[in-house]
Design a protein around this ligand. Structure first.
Ligand code: F0G
Length: 376
């Protein structure tokens, strides 16, 4: 077919059709295969995730430091709208290879949406446990749409995680846990660091991330180290993790029983990868700090003003960079990357609550024109 198409185009005089063809991104398992725990016989379950944009912003750079470069790693444009797809393509492929029929996870919403989508594609049954009434509507609708069984637990994320851990232990040959305590998830998620290095030509000096269950900061740190060890980047960045002030157990140094924040994705009081996140911080010379909901929402609007719509939790990375920059810690010459972990459409309720409302008007050209005049 392709050959026929080619010769037909050539005969109509389009000489350059080969050059106009886009390269098809195969998904991150194929692209980064040699770094991942897969073999030639692993059945690859992919939605062609990864290869997300690294968007430069001089406007945000000017708010963070002088003479710095600033980039948004827009992982919210992965197939299910979050960075979780990086880990899920590996975790679900490995689950399928192992012959399990059921996957399970606890989630504040994005992990469940991703698990649901990849499990559907693999023909596996997915059960997802979410904290009742605390999951953004976009994420919940994704999980249901992809056919996962959604169990709302009367309790917070930390309680959901405890339940699924116990369940997976009870029947490990048939049930696979796909939270980030599963090492296959971490292996997949480290590709975000690979991509950033490949896109920049080297590692950045600072990598800011929101921290919830602390899997992503752990994974990215592992990725940078692996790339440096293989001579694929010259150094490693400072890992800069940001929790929401109402759910900042790592910053406080103790679990938080009743976490709260507008950034529901990171409303977590006892992160599973707590120690690994502290190791990433200490080994990289970075920090784990917190930002208030007010700072998160301000950054949420700033990011949107750059044309990138990210969910509130994602904006914690940018809020963190702004806070850190204000303290004078980002020196001239720095190259700063902030991960935008999830798409803004995941949580339309928060967007609508934090914006000016729409204007209702009759279909009258003069009236619409007057509104425009007043707004200019
Ligand atoms: N940003 C978003 C949008 C998230 O969904 C999460 C985690 C994080 C940041 C934090 O990443 O847990 O690796 O430190 N969401 C998990 C979930 C907990 O269930 O979707 P982390």
């Amino acid at each position: 077919m392709v050959g026929e198409e080619q010769s037909r185009r050539n005969s109509t005089g389009e000489k350059d059709s080969r050059a106009r063809r886009l390269t098809r991104w195969p998904g991150l398992i194929e692209h980064y295969r040699r770094f991942l725990p897969v073999t030639a016989t692993t059945p690859v379950v992919t939605l062609n995730e990864g290869n997300t944009p690294l968007i430069e912003s001089s406007e945000l750079a000017s708010r963070v430091g002088q003479n710095i470069k600033f980039y948004l790693k827009y992982d919210g444009v992965n197939p299910t709208g979050s960075f979780k797809d990086r880990g899920m393509t590996v975790a679900i492929s490995k689950a399928l290879e192992a012959g399990v029929k059921t996957v399970i996870c606890a989630s504040t919403g994005n992990t469940s949406a991703s698990a649901a989508a990849y499990a559907a594609r693999a023909g596996l049954r997915a059960f997802v446990l979410i904290p009742r009434g605390a999951t953004a509507i976009g994420k919940l609708s994704q999980s249901l749409m992809h056919g996962a069984r959604v169990i709302e637990i009367v309790g917070n994320f930390d309680i959901c995680l405890k339940v699924v851990r116990d369940l997976a232990e009870r029947d490990p040959t048939r049930i696979r846990l796909v939270n980030s305590i599963n090492p296959d998830r971490i292996a997949g998620q480290k590709t975000a660091a690979f991509e950033i290095c490949d896109q920049l030509g080297d590692a950045p000096t600072h990598h800011f991330l929101p921290v919830g269950n602390a899997g992503n900061i752990t994974a990215c740190w592992a990725g940078y180290n692996e790339y440096r060890e293989r001579g694929l980047c010259s150094g490693t960045p400072k890992m800069m993790g940001y929790q929401a002030a109402g759910s900042a157990p790592i910053v406080m140094g103790h679990p938080v029983d009743d976490p709260h924040t507008v950034a529901t994705a990171i409303k977590i009081g006892n992160p599973a990868s707590w120690r690994a996140a502290e190791a990433a911080r200490d080994e990289s010379g970075g920090v784990i700090d917190m930002v208030t909901d007010g700072e998160i929402l301000a950054a949420y609007r700033l990011v949107a003003a750059q044309g990138a719509f990210a969910e509130p939790a994602s904006a914690a990375s940018v809020a963190g960079a702004i806070k850190c920059g204000a303290s004078g810690a980002i020196k001239p010459g720095s190259v700063v990357v902030c991960t935008l972990t999830g798409h803004g459409l995941k949580d339309p309720d928060t967007a609508l609550k934090n914006l000016s409302s729409t204007i209702v008007c009759e279909p009258d050209i003069d009236k619409v024109y007057r509104i425009m005049e007043n707004e200019r």
